[in-house]
Write a new protein. Structure first.
Length: 337
C-alpha cells in the first residue's frame, strides 16, 4: 500500500487524506478546481475545515484520472448519491485490483444499494471494505483520542488497512462483518435526525436517552435482518457511532433534526449545513428496504414522514409514544427441571 487516492474533498475525505499524507503518498481528488487550488496554494480547505493547515505532503487535484493513477488504495469519500457517477466516470480499469475503502454512510437512491455494493458493480475487480465508527472530523484533526473499525471479508486486507490508518490518536479495530458495519453507519444518520428533532422540540435528557436506546434496538434489528452480525451493533460501528452522532452538535444529521424540531423547513435545515446530511436522503430507501424485508422500523418511519411527507416533528413523538406496549426483549425463561 504505497499510494492512496482519496475521492472527495469534504470534511471527512480531507481529514483522512491529511492523516495519511505524512506517512504514504496521498492524492486528494476534489470535484471543484478551486478547492484543489486552495489546498495546493494555501494548504487549507476553508469551506469544510476552516483554518486548519494541511500537510505539505498532501497533493490535491481535480483530475480524476491523475488521482487514481497507480493507486493501491482508493478511499471513497464522495456522498452516497454521487458515488456511481464518479466511479463510472473513472471507468472499470481505474481500480484494477485496488483495495477500495468506503467511508460514505448512505444508500444509493433508486437502487437501495449500500456504497460497497455500488463500488463492486462499477469496479468488479476491486477488493471492497468500509471504515466506520464515531468519527467527527474536527476532533480527529485536533488529535483527540478516537477509535474506528475497518471491515473487510479478507482478514489480511483488513489488517493491512488497519496498519495504514492507525496512529497514536486513532485506534483502528477490524471486523469481518462488512454488511453490519456499513448498514449501522447508514441507519444511525437517520436516527440522529430523530434525536435532533426531539431536542429541537424542547425535550430533555430522559427523552434523548430513551430515543437513543430504542434507536440502537432498531439499528440492530434492521442490520441483522439485512445480514449483519448482531455483535457488530454493540461495537464502534453501531453503538459508538450512534452515540457520537446523536449527541454532538458537530453532527450534520443531528443539526438538521434540531433545526426541524425548532420549526425550520427541510430546505432551510439542510441549507444550514455546508456538508451533506446523508440521513435525509437515506431515510426513504432505508424505510422501503426495511418494509420489503418485513422489519419493523418505527423511528425510520417517522423521519421519512417528516422529511418526505410533510408531517410536523411534534407529531412524531405522539406516534412513537402511542404504539402498542410490548416487552423490551424477547427473553425466554428457562424451563423448570
Amino acid at each position: 500500500m504505497n499510494r492512496v487516492a482519496v475521492l472527495g474533498a469534504g470534511s471527512w475525505g480531507t481529514t483522512l487524506a491529511a492523516l495519511l499524507a505524512p506517512r504514504v503518498e496521498t492524492v486528494l481528488w476534489c470535484r471543484r478546481s478551486d478547492v484543489a487550488r486552495e489546498i495546493t496554494e494555501s494548504r487549507t480547505n476553508a469551506t469544510y475545515l476552516g483554518a486548519y493547515e494541511l500537510s505539505l505532503s498532501l497533493r490535491a487535484t481535480d483530475d480524476l484520472d491523475d488521482a487514481l493513477a497507480h493507486a493501491d488504495v482508493v478511499v471513497v469519500a464522495v456522498p452516497s448519491h454521487g458515488v456511481r457517477a464518479v466511479l463510472e466516470r473513472a471507468g472499470r480499469a481505474a481500480a484494477r485490483e485496488a483495495v477500495v475503502l468506503s467511508v460514505a454512510k448512505g444508500l444509493e437512491r433508486g437502487t437501495d444499494a449500500r456504497v460497497s455494493q455500488v463500488v463492486t458493480s462499477c469496479w468488479p475487480d476491486a477488493r471492497v471494505g468500509v471504515l466506520t465508527g464515531p468519527n467527527l472530523a474536527s476532533e480527529i484533526l485536533e488529535g483527540q483520542p478516537s477509535a474506528s473499525v475497518v471491515a473487510f471479508d479478507d482478514p489480511d486486507i483488513a489488517i493491512a488497512v488497519q496498519r495504514l490508518f492507525s496512529s497514536d490518536q486513532l485506534r483502528i479495530y477490524t471486523n469481518p462483518d462488512v454488511i453490519g458495519c456499513e448498514i449501522a453507519g447508514v441507519v444511525k444518520n437517520v436516527m440522529a435526525i430523530a434525536v435532533g428533532m426531539a431536542v429541537g422540540l424542547g425535550f430533555g435528557d430522559n427523552t434523548r436517552a430513551a430515543l437513543i436506546t430504542r434507536a440502537l434496538a432498531e439499528v440492530t434489528r434492521i442490520g441483522v435482518g439485512i445480514g449483519g452480525d448482531e455483535r457488530t451493533f454493540s461495537g464502534l460501528a453501531g453503538l459508538g457511532d450512534l452515540v457520537a452522532t446523536c449527541t454532538s452538535t458537530k453532527s450534520r444529521n443531528f443539526a438538521v433534526g434540531l433545526a426541524l424540531g425548532q420549526g425550520a423547513s427541510l430546505e432551510a435545515a439542510v441549507g444550514g449545513t455546508r456538508m451533506v446530511a446523508e440521513g435525509v436522503g437515506s431515510s426513504l430507501p432505508m424505510r422501503d428496504l426495511a418494509h420489503r424485508l418485513g422489519i419493523e422500523a418505527p423511528i425510520v418511519d417517522q423521519v421519512v414522514a417528516v422529511c418526505h411527507e410533510g408531517r410536523a416533528p411534534a407529531e412524531t413523538i405522539a406516534q412513537l409514544m402511542g404504539r402498542v406496549a410490548r416487552a423490551e426483549f424477547n427473553i425466554r425463561r428457562p424451563e423448570p427441571d
